[in-house]
Design a protein around this ligand. Structure first.
Ligand code: ADP
Ligand code: ASP
Ligand code: MG
Length: 469
């Protein structure tokens, strides 16, 4: 049977099919140009076996073309990270001591992996590094060699193009990223087909000196690469099933979080959920590129997606994170509220001593300023003296051994009853609350407790908000 004639204005069925076929190459090009940045952490690259798993993950999706690698991490809990050994090399060289106690294990580790992967240039690369360390190379150059050597080796193993981060990631002399310049250089370097490997953790300043990010900084490199390449997603492959609702070293089998917002993730990371560096969200958040935390040892699991917004109606609390190592600079003065400039002068005293602060909760006649121990260490007497002289408080003291715990969730502080449940859970488990801060950020409630109560407090809060399934 002949198809009935189509009205003159619309194409005949045959022509319509032609139109679809004509569009297929465009579709193919689109799929081909979609790409993913995949960053693999230290434990995912700790030995040849792990590196083979990484290679399988990369090959299982052709969109995974932009690969960012850390240095080999720990194989067991008592093992040493290559980066830690490199810092040790620097300190030995600096004291004029033999570097072999640290460089020996680095050499052995890299040579062993390279041999298993069939990469024979490793001995030559290591010899160059050893020579420069002996020649007095600076600390950032030395620390960056774990990522450099690993990435060169894995690039060779994968048959990928190696891009040295020193040539494409630009940092200012103070270690901050020169973002616009970096995105342009990286975008140029990542042009073309095939697979690219970029070492994490470092870049170079305008005079070519290597600069490292802070520890765990390969996560930042991954975000920068995803942003520069305009990728669909930034995958961060690690050794846990994603961002977990609490630190797995404190809570047994904490529940994985399916979805969190960039804001929630940053709060959790800053407060101690070290699975992703807290500065890694910035480059991707600006461009709306989602982050997907995945488990190298369980690649079929979906992991955690970090996105702009989430439906918080089911899970008001996204997660709990914290850390020990804070001090409280506490002052008490009658009529403090009426004294103009008290708070400013207090913060100025700390500023002049070069101390940054975390929180500054106040009441009518009291002010607490929470600082990190390492910020105030050795300066306690100077700060106490300044406060006595300039603020003339009724009482001033510095209490150390404080832990801060953040309970984080979008819109949480607006939800009736959340704070009551949190404080109730701590009370029931016998934890004394030293400080509460539920102010500026709507998405978290921070409590200060004695460091000795830290783990008990995290378990109590987790138990309150995560009921057994
Ligand atoms: P990588 O080497 O892959 O960068 P990291 O060691 O930096 O991995 O981060 C993963 C580790 O973070 C986990 O093994 C876990 O012990 C720790 N961690 C702490 N808090 C959390 C959390 N809330 N969720 C997941 N992991 C966490
Ligand atoms: N290797 C570096 C470190 O141990 C960076 C990283 O792994 O992200 O901190
Ligand atoms: Mg890490």
């Amino acid at each position: 049977m002949q198809p009935s004639a189509a009205p003159a204005a619309s194409p005949a069925p045959g022509e319509r099919w032609q139109e679809v076929l004509d569009n297929i190459p465009a579709l193919e090009v689109l799929i081909e140009t979609m790409s993913i940045t995949a960053k693999f952490g230290g434990t995912s690259l700790a030995d040849a076996n792990q590196i083979r798993k990484v290679a399988d993950i990369i090959k299982s999706d052709p969109r995974r073309r932009h690969i960012v690698l850390s240095a080999p991490g720990k194989r067991t809990s008592s093992d040493k990270k290559i980066t830690d050994l490199l810092y040790l090399c620097h300190s030995l060289a600096n004291q004029g001591l033999d570097i072999q106690t640290a460089f020996g294990p680095i050499k052995q580790r890299f040579l062993g992996i390279a041999e298993e992967l069939g990469v024979d240039e490793m001995a030559g690369w290591l010899a160059e590094v050893e020579l420069r360390i002996a020649d007095g190379a600076d600390v950032d150059w030395i620390a960056s060699r774990g990522e450099y050597l690993n990435s060169r080796m894995v690039a060779r193993f994968l048959g990928a193009t190696f891009i040295d981060a020193a040539s494409a990631i630009r940092m200012a002399a103070d270690g901050r990223l020169r973002a616009a310049e970096t995105y342009q250089l990286l975008a140029e370097a990542l042009t073309g087909d095939g697979l690219f490997v970029v070492p994490g953790f470092y870049g170079a300043d305008p005079s070519g000196h290597i600069r490292c990010f802070s520890r765990g900084g390969s996560d930042i490199t991954g975000a920068i690469v995803a942003r520069a390449a305009g990728d669909q997603v930034y995958e961060n492959w690690t050794d846990v099933p994603g961002l977990l609702m609490a630190d797995p070293r404190i809570v047994d089998n904490p529940r994985p979080i399916a979805e969190v917002t960039y804001r929630e993730q940053r709060e959790l990371s800053y407060m101690g959920a070290t699975v992703l560096h807290d500065e890694a969200v910035f480059p991707v958040r600006e461009a709306g590129i989602p982050i997907n935390i995945r488990n190298t040892n369980d690649p079929s699991a979906p992991g955690t997606r970090i996105v702009t917004t989430r439906d918080s109606s089911r899970h008001a609390v996204a997660g709990i994170a914290g850390r020990v190592g804070f001090s409280n600079v506490y002052t008490d003065k009658a009529l403090m509220n009426a004294e103009l400039g008290y708070g400013r002068r207090m913060l100025e005293i700390l500023e002049k001593r070069g101390i940054t602060f975390e929180h500054a909760p106040t009441s009518i006649d009291t002010m607490s300023v929470i600082v990190r121990d390492e910020e105030i260490a050795g300066k306690e007497d100077l700060v106490l003296g300044d406060i006595e002289n300039q603020l003339k408080p009724d009482r001033v003291e510095i209490d150390s051994d404080i832990a801060l715990i953040a309970t984080v969730g979008e819109g949480m502080s607006k939800k009736v009853g959340i704070a009551a449940r949190l404080f109730g859970a701590l009370g029931k488990s016998g934890v004394n609350i030293l400080m509460i801060n539920q102010g500026a950020s709507e998405i978290n409630i921070i409590v200060g407790v004695a460091a000795s109560d830290y783990e008990k407090a995290v378990r109590a809060i987790y138990g309150e908000f995560v009921k057994p399934a």
